[in-house]
Design a protein around this ligand. Structure first.
Ligand code: HEM
Length: 213
């Protein structure tokens, strides 16, 4: 059984954030739509701070974050010990006491539920399109009584960091450093995840890039 270290809420959120920035760098059209949504939200504010009630006013950003958590789930698998015999639909029985590994990554890439599973498409999470999806088809925070206790906080944190980053920077891929997924306890990239952050001026112009990993 996986035991969560105290850093459960740090590495996971860092992975989730890195991958959503990566996915938006790969898809500038979605990045721009997120930025417009955040600019609209901030329009009449005196300070550049995201407040609690703002978090529910970011539907497209939320769709982009969820699609990133589907395509690149920070936690790729969880384990469970059967507390009773479990009969599967095909008649096989998982005996009591067995430890099962449940692949979140595999579930999120099941083509029967997610057509073209490798494609980053935030519109999958448009409320119109997600109505008929089985509830466990998407479970980046796992499910059941031992699911992630920090999921609401993680979503809030991700929205705030994403919003404030996109307000200030254009995020571009560093084409010279290819990205290769590396699933450890947390889903990482083999040689880091290199992106260019180009500061945005008030009129949205870009300046020479700075590189961060
Ligand atoms: C994107 C961010 C995050 C992801 C994807 C994530 C995902 C998960 C997953 C898959 C589990 C395993 C549950 C299971 O075994 O079924 C878990 C457990 C846990 N998470 Fe998170 N997590 C995130 C952020 C956080 C944050 C921000 C916190 C704390 C503030 C947190 C605290 C915990 C704790 C304490 C557990 C253990 C719960 C238990 O064993 O009962 N996580 N998380």
């Amino acid at each position: 059984m996986l035991r969560w270290p105290l850093s459960a809420g740090h590495d996971t959120t860092a992975s989730g954030l890195s991958w959503v920035l990566y996915n938006l760098a790969c898809h500038p059209e979605y990045q721009e739509r997120c930025r417009e949504e955040i600019k609209d939200l901030m329009r009449d504010k005196e300070s550049e701070e995201i407040e609690w009630e703002d978090l529910s006013q970011m539907p497209f950003c939320t769709m982009c974050i969820k699609e990133s958590l589907r395509l690149h789930p920070p936690v790729t698998a969880v384990s469970r010990r059967c507390t009773e015999d479990i009969k599967l639909p095909d008649g096989h029985v998982l005996p009591k006491g067995n430890v099962c590994l449940i692949s979140i990554y595999g579930t999120h890439h099941n083509p029967a539920v997610w057509p073209e599973p490798q494609v980053y498409n935030p519109h999958r999470f448009d409320p119109q399109n997600s109505k008929n999806k089985p509830p466990l088809a998407f479970m980046p925070f796992s499910a059941g009584p031992r699911n992630c206790i920090g999921q609401n906080f993680a979503m809030a944190e991700t929205k705030v960091v994403l919003a404030l980053t996109l307000l200030r920077f254009a995020v571009r891929l560093d084409e010279s450093r290819p990205v290769r997924r590396k699933p450890e306890l947390i889903l990482r990239s083999e040689n880091g995840l290199w992106l260019h952050l180009e500061p945005l001026g008030p009129s949205h112009e870009s300046r020479p890039p700075a590189t961060y990993s």
